[in-house]
Design a protein around this ligand. Sequence first.
Ligand SMILES: Cc1cc2nc3c(=O)[nH]c(=O)nc-3n(C[C@H](O)[C@H](O)[C@H](O)COP(=O)(O)OP(=O)(O)OC[C@H]3O[C@@H](n4cnc5c(N)ncnc54)[C@H](O)[C@@H]3O)c2cc1C
Length: 396
Amino acid sequence: MSVHVIGAGVAGLAAACQLTEAGHHVILFEAAKTAGGRARSHYDNVLGCRIDNGNHLLLSGNISTLSYLHRIGAKRSLTGPAGPVFPFHDLRTGEDWTLRLNQGSFPWWLFSRRHRVPGTRLHHYLGLLKIRKAKPADLVAPLLAGTGPLYTQLLELLAVSALNTSPHVAAAAALRSVFEETLELGGYATIPRYARIGLSETFVDPALDWLRQHGADIRLGERVTEISPGQATVLAVPPWAAAELVPGLLVPNEFESIYNLHFKYALPPGEAGFWGFIGGMTEWVFAHSNVLSVTISAASRYADMSPEDIAAKVWSEIASAFSLSPEIPIYRAIWEKRATMLATPAQMARRPKTRTANPNLMLAGDWTDTGLPATIEGAIRSGNAAALALMSNFNS
Ligand SMILES: Cc1cc2nc3c(=O)[nH]c(=O)nc-3n(C[C@H](O)[C@H](O)[C@H](O)COP(=O)(O)OP(=O)(O)OC[C@H]3O[C@@H](n4cnc5c(N)ncnc54)[C@H](O)[C@@H]3O)c2cc1C
């Protein structure tokens, strides 16, 4: 059977691989000249090297991502610390500390003051259980208020990073699956993972190679402008593009930005290769071989600041944390304005299911109703689900 997959972000790539492996002939259409969508790498002529559009942090519990990478022969392209280790720098106190979970499923680390988040007691962690019972209208910040210093030292940063939405307006239920599939399973599911070389080298190029080797037809630079109702299709484009192609489709229509700064600076990677920052503008710092990359989520709050002012503030925080020269190295700022959907209760309610009114047309993308926030794991899972739904129609 010939199947059209529209959009070569990770959702479309995952769908294309799943369909190809099942023996279907896939034609993959991508509007841009390069594949990868919101997870891509490119050569930057200011820095003189390849960079990613933004740091992407995954966890070992992201099982759909790991099996996708296994399928395309790219599992070894992820790297990260040997265990569930998260180093942090607190800009308010100047303190460095490391969250060190144990590998097994029982959380022994919670009983050791040395392993817990500084200043937290066991009962603060019990407050986390509220996430399990979060109702659709519950918001992250009020629901987790009882977790005290655990919130200000850790959960606030984790929530804004996972949901790319201010915890004051973000749906708490959106965090449930993240906790269920990582922290609640134990340390072995919470080991940080990120691209060894770059996002394209991990998620995109190996998939394109694999698809070509298996007979798929890949058409880069071909924007699809209409969908033929009788053609089996996976639509894996962003929500605004899906709404244009499928009239009447309800989709998320509010978005949040992510700001990434790439400084030309070689810093020893330390134990994990990255650090979480608390109490400032900087949120995550990744030490690549000759570039320090900084991520700031829910970045619309800084929309009034100039790129120069943001870079100056972020570099001053990094310089103070690592005792570096205050002189700002050359840098590239990448502001992804529609990085993800806004994870408010109202926007979560607008996420459509995989199946549409047309049995030949399935939806995929991080913005569909995956049960996960808008992440690589959610996007890949949505692509798999769309492929499986189409194939179940072929068989019925
Ligand atoms: C800066 C940044 C940091 C992030 N950090 C993380 C992170 O740390 N961890 C994590 O898990 N996730 C992270 N994410 C989210 C992650 O990148 C996305 O969830 C994922 O890439 C979305 O993939 P997708 O395939 O659903 O959509 P997209 O990547 O948007 O792919 C859609 C594709 O469709 C194409 N297209 C659009 N219209 C058409 C058309 N008419 N015809 C053909 N093609 C079309 C587009 O060009 C695009 O390539 C981050 C995102 C950004 C931007």
